[in-house]
Design a protein around this ligand. Structure first.
Ligand code: AMP
Ligand code: MG
Length: 528
């Protein structure tokens, strides 16, 4: 009996979707095709810096099983696993509100797919392993700093319970990449790296938009039918879709997107570049570029320097931007349905469902179970307090969970004052918070929960450890010097973000003052 070839990869997508007949790798427009074959570059000096222990287990593909050196070769693209047929995907997108035409996997190369221990198909994709037909004017590479950020944040989001693409590994290429980090005419050579991303599908809203924009409706239908059969098999008539199937599919994408954004708002995550090419058809958080985490709560904050003027992708606007992106997807899918009504109904449902889910989520953050008519007011009054003095969002909710609410407050507890970025704020800020606290205390007592019940419930939705921008930057500074301890420590601690861990208080601290203006800690450019 033949035993199965170990680590055999498959390529279902290549068998079912139209491909580009051109095999030479040069930048071009690729019409009527979903993918182009492309070989990754080879990096003889590639070195494995980190890998996700939980994900290697899920995939059955670890450095221990493969051998550490081979693992580094495979996940730098230097050695192909059996069955691998690397390819890049074609897609388009709306960038900052404007149609940008063909974009595509400019520096992502898909190696193939396998089934994880749950029987779920998972595609392995290298980011930064060389140019593709979609690289436009760029080099197909990625720098170490942005790769560390993508690796850490993908896994952190997963452990927070947020739908996301995963990161299996982080490999340094041993080569240098030229980047003008501040776009000020001062490029410098930086170390290169490759992250292996993992997801059941890397299709984006822009994957469908490109076909409609090019009036390639046969290809649009092929891609839609493939997506539904493979990743939405529970929909009615999923094997032979009809107009109702496409409507139900769009509705589900709207709902998944709403759920994802509610999670972002729960933990204070700002994506930074919510272009339609960065919106996953599965409702996964995808493409970690100049993202950031709210430290002082500020709905107007964006970490992306490219967006500093218009602030299109600021924290508080993410739900509206997701809706705008869904409208673009609706336009792209319209030819499959031929009727706007079901599309409009799904967009309406997004609006309603987002509101409901947001309210439920905020109630959970406050440890409230029963719905009261004035909950929204209570929440808005709290957010109003955050505008009076910079308040660390993550620490505030943890601190709130730990307060005993038995008696009226006569002063703001020290544990909450410590969440302020200003040690001596305007007395008005303290008075407002005190008034709110007493209102919250009254409301909370009506729930009849014990302090332990309330705290346990709150700590399940309010993380203690998030990937604070300055912590990520400190890890990057060290990794660039060859020191991996901080990277590994963050990787480890962020696997249990809701659980207080011994000796890890330094990872649950307000942003220090020095980090306020430092690049990488408060603002990031798109250069990566
Ligand atoms: P992003 O803003 O990262 O979502 O990228 C937008 C588009 O630019 C996508 O098509 C990327 O593949 C492409 N891109 C970004 N950086 C590079 C790079 N260094 N080399 C090639 N393509 C890139
Ligand atoms: Mg992108």
């Amino acid at each position: 009996m033949n035993s199965p070839v170990p680590f055999q990869l498959a390529n279902d997508l290549l068998r079912h979707l139209p491909g580009d007949p051109e095999l030479r790798n040069f930048r071009r427009q690729v019409g009527s095709a979903c993918w182009s074959k492309v070989e990754p570059l080879r990096f003889p000096d590639a070195k494995l810096l980190a890998w996700s222990q939980p994900l290697t287990q899920q995939l059955g593909l670890s450095p221990a099983l493969l051998g550490e050196e081979r693992f580094a070769r495979v996940f730098s693209g230097s050695e192909l696993l059996p069955g691998s047929e690397p390819y890049a995907l074609c897609y388009g997108g709306h960038q900052f509100g404007n149609w940008a035409g063909q974009l595509g996997d400019g520096r992502a190369i898909n190696l193939g797919e396998l089934h994880d221990i749950n029987g779920q198909h998972q595609i392995l994709q290298l980011k930064g392993a060389g140019p593709t037909p979609y690289s436009r004017t760029a080099d197909g590479l990625a720098v170490l700093r942005s790769s560390v950020r993508e690796y850490l944040c993908s896994e952190a989001m997963h452990h927070l319970g947020i739908p996301t693409t995963r990161a299996l590994s982080l490999v340094s290429t041993g080569t240098l990449v030229m980047r003008d980090m501040f776009y000020d005419g001062n490029p410098r050579a930086e170390p290169g790296a490759i992250v292996c991303r993992v997801a059941p599908s890397f299709l984006r809203f822009g994957s469908y938009e490109i076909f409609t924009a090019r009036k390639e409706l046969a290809q649009l239908k092929q891609l839609a039918d493939y997506t539904i059969a493979r990743d939405f098999p529970h929909l009615p008539d999923s094997m032979t879709p009809v107009a109702e199937t496409y409507s139900a599919w769009f509705d589900e994408v709207c709902q998944r997107t709403a759920g994802m954004i509610v999670h972002w708002m729960r933990v204070g995550f700002v994506h930074g570049v919510m272009n339609t090419d960065n919106m996953s058809i599965l409702g996964l958080t995808i493409d970690y570029g100049p993202y950031g985490w709210l430290e002082p709560y500020d709905p107007d904050w964006t970490p992306n320097t490219t967006d500093a003027e218009g602030r299109r992708y600021r924290f508080g606007q993410q739900p509206q931007v997701a809706l705008w992106n869904l409208v673009q997807l609706a336009n792209a899918l319209y030819p499959l349905i031929g009727d706007v009504k079901p599309l409009e109904a799904a967009l309406d449902r997004y609006r309603q469902s987002y509101q409901q889910q947001w309210l439920a989520m905020m109630r959970n953050k406050l440890g409230l179970v029963q719905a009261h008519a004035d909950d929204k007011q209570l929440i808005e009054a709290m957010l109003q307090c955050f505008t009076l003095v910079e308040t660390d969002m993550t620490l505030f909710f943890r601190g709130l969970g730990e307060l005993a609410l038995t008696t009226e407050f006569h002063a703001v507890p020290v544990s909450l004052q410590e969440c302020w970025y200003d040690a001596a704020p305007d007395p008005q800020a303290g008075q407002a918070l005190l008034a709110w606290l007493n209102r919250y205390q009254q409301r909370s007592l009506q729930e009849g929960r014990t302090q332990t019940e309330r705290q346990t419930a709150m700590h399940r939705v309010n993380p203690l450890y998030v990937l604070r921008n300055w912590l990520a930057q400190q890890a990057i500074d060290d990794v660039e010097q060859g020191q991996l301890e901080k990277l590994h420590e963050l990787d480890q601690v962020l696997q249990q973000p809701y659980t207080k861990q011994e000796g890890k208080d330094h990872l649950a601290q307000k942003r220090p003052e020095w980090a306020r203006q430092r690049a990488g800690c408060s603002m990031l450019s798109c250069s990566s």
